[in-house]
Every structure is written in C-alpha cells, then in structure tokens.
Design a protein. Structure first.
Length: 394
C-alpha cells in the first residue's frame, strides 16, 4: 500500500533530536525497510542533522522535508499566522507545517494517511483526500473533552492507541467503538539489556562503587515528578550513600534550561550537591549506558502517563522500579514494579527507596521479573502489531 505519515511538525524524523514519538516512527520504518511491506512517505520538519542520516537511502521509505526554520520560512510562518485556517486546531507553527505537507499530499494518491499524534489534521484532510485516515495516539488527544471530537472521530478509519488507558478515553465518544486498537510501544530490548553498551562508569560522574544510585530518566518538568523525587531524597538525609542520577533535559535536544521550575529544583538541591548529578540532554543511544550504573529507578509520574517509554527502558535494563499509579503505567510494568499512589508521594517514594535499599534479595527478584516482562515489548513485536493494526479495518 501507499502510505503517507504526517508527523507532529515539531521534531524531525529520523529522530536526531530525540522524542518518544519520533523514536517509535524510526522503529516501524526500520521494520518496513527490512520487510518491504509498504511504500511510505514521511512528512517531517527539516533539520541539518538529517541529511547524512543512514536511514534516508531507501527504496520503500521516502522522506519529504518541510523547511520551518530558515529566514524565509519564518517570514512565511508569520504571514500564515495572520491567515491561519480556522479548522486546524494547532498553533501557527504546526499549522504551517501541515499546510506545506498538504500541498504535496494532494499531488499524490495515498491509500492511507497516518496521523502521528495529530488527530486534528483530519478536519482538513477529510475534505482534501480520499485516503483512509488512521490516527496513532500517544496522548489523551481524542475524547468528549476534545473540540470537534465527533468530526475527528468520524473521520478516522482506525485509531491506534499506545495503551488501553488512551483507548478508553476515545471510547467516551462512542462506548461501542470498534475503531480503537491498542498497540503497546516497543524498544530495542537488546540495547538496554546488553552489558556491551556499558561505557559510562560511576567515577566519571562523581559517584563511588559503594553508593546506592537512584536513577531518574525523562524530561525535567512538573508532570514527570522530578521535584517530588528530590523531596524524597531530602527526606533521606540520614542516608548520604543514597545518590540521585538525573538523565534528561527540559526539552528534547536541549540542555537543562533556566526557568521557574528548574530554578526551584536548583534551590532544593543546594544541600544535595554531592548527592545528585544532572546529565542534561543525553542522545537516546547513550541512555542505556547511564541506566546500567544505577541500583534502582524511580519514575514518579504525576500526570496520567499514557504509556511511559522510560518505564519500559528501566525494565529492559533490569533495574528495580518505583513508579506511580497513573495512566497506562500499570499496563506496562504489571506486577514487576513497586507502584505507589500519588498522594503524599514524596514520603511514599522515600519509604519505597529505603525498602529496596534494605532488601537486595527483593531487588534481584524484581530485576528478573522486569527483564522477563520487557520481552513483551520488543521493537519487532511492536512494529509487527503496528502494521497489522494499520490495515486491519480497511
């Protein structure tokens, strides 16, 4: 089949600047490259890091890039902002990307147009193409709380969701829904479980072999619970050997920026400077090396996390995990993690850390359970199920 993929219009594909959605797109495109299933065109924002990428030469995957950052593109975006189409429910930056993509899409005859986390694109596409529209929802973006939800829902042929949690949100529109198909995300399990990738050691970041390292991996923002985790570490002042490794930045591809939230974190960590290390942005291929020097992982999401790729990455690395009962997280980790409720969360995190600190046998059991369960979420299984779902309702 001839398929168009409309990306989010923010980060590029291939995922040279990171991004959970973009990494997943890379995975299923690699699978298509290996198995020659479909003729696919990917519409992505341009980036100078892309043009020598090894993914680009392909007989089945074709990349169409939209310039959004050059001097002339910025002028055009500004002009577009004054004449923005009313039925594009996104800001002018994303709207401009979509309109430029649409110009090319209208010249082609696609069987399927896949909307990556942008169901609102359908409000225009339904009048511009005869292709079947498929949504791949990574977030809670389509429910009875979504503007124009009936039009967007009715325009879809299939709605692929990353968890039952997201599917159930869509089903608030239609309790008898038959469009939703849950396809759990996947990762390169081997890259996280293999010790051959270990090229970072504790001493390089100021920790010792005797330290008990807690790792946090993810964006540095309020929703991810990093502030609550630091509060938990402050409650463990009598355990100076418990250290915190923070992998991530405030946005993909950037170092930790200076804003009100990060400034509040810096104030909290004034008394923890020898017990906490911030890596800043780490390229995706290097994350496993940092994870594997940790004793446990704490990912205390404070919002309804749709899936939680970082949850899966910790599992694949065999790291005992503490997380929260939010969104689709319980679907991912099952009974392999310590799952806490989000009330009085810092105290509960501190208690859970101490429990695992004092119970090496429990940590070993959790490691084995996590490694076993992570196999359910391999990149091959994800891609196979994804392409099956993509054409299932045609």
């Amino acid at each position: 089949m001839k398929i168009a993929i409309l990306t989010s219009g923010i980060l590029p594909v291939p995922s040279v600047l990171g991004g959970a959605v973009e990494n997943l797109i890379d995975i299923y495109l690699m699978y298509n490259e290996e198995h020659h299933l479909h003729d696919i065109t990917i519409y992505s924002v341009d980036n100078k890091l892309i043009h020598s990428h090894p993914f680009l030469p392909s007989k089945v995957n074709h990349y169409y890039y939209i310039d959004v950052n050059s001097f002339w593109a910025k002028i055009k975006r500004k002009i577009y902002s004054y004449h923005k189409k009313k039925n594009i429910p996104y800001n002018h930056y994303i709207g401009y990307f979509f309109e430029q993509s649409l110009r090319h899409i209208k010249k082609e005859k696609y069987d399927i147009i896949l909307l990556e986390n942008r169901p609102g694109y359908a409000l225009r596409l339904v009048d511009e193409t005869r292709a079947k529209l498929v949504y791949h929802l990574h977030n809670d973006l389509l429910s009875i709380n979504t503007p124009d939800y009936e039009q967007i829902y009715n325009a879809a042929n299939t709605i692929i969701t990353v968890s039952d949690y997201i599917s159930n949100k869509v089903k608030t529109i239609n309790c008898k829904d038959s469009k939703c198909i849950t396809v759990y995300n996947g990762i390169d399990i081997e890259s996280f479980s293999s010790s051959t990738n270990l090229n970072i050691n504790r001493h390089q970041i100021g920790f010792s072999d005797n330290d008990f390292i807690v790792v946090y991996s993810g964006r540095i923002n309020k929703e991810k619970g990093i502030s609550e985790l630091i509060d938990a570490l402050l409650l463990l002042q009598n355990y100076p050997q418990i250290k915190l490794l923070v992998i991530g930045s405030t946005f993909f591809g950037d170092a930790i920026s200076d804003n009100d939230f990060t400034r509040s974190l810096k104030e909290k960590t004034n008394n923890l400077k020898d017990r906490i290390f911030f890596t800043g942005f780490v390229p995706y291929r290097e994350i496993s090396s940092y994870l594997r020097i940790a004793d446990i992982s704490v990912l205390p999401s404070m919002w309804e996390e749709p899936f939680g790729l970082t949850i899966l990455e910790s599992m694949a690395a065999g790291i005992p995990l503490i997380t929260t009962n939010s969104g689709g997280i319980p679907e991912v980790c099952g009974d392999t993690a310590l799952i806490i409720e989000r009330d009085d969360v810092s105290s509960k995190i501190a208690d859970a850390i101490l429990f695992l600190y004092n119970n090496p046998q429990k940590r070993q059991m959790m490691t084995q359970a996590a490694l076993c369960r992570s196999r359910l979420f391999s990149k091959e299984k994800f891609a196979e199920r994804f392409f099956s779902a993509l054409i299932s309702n045609l």
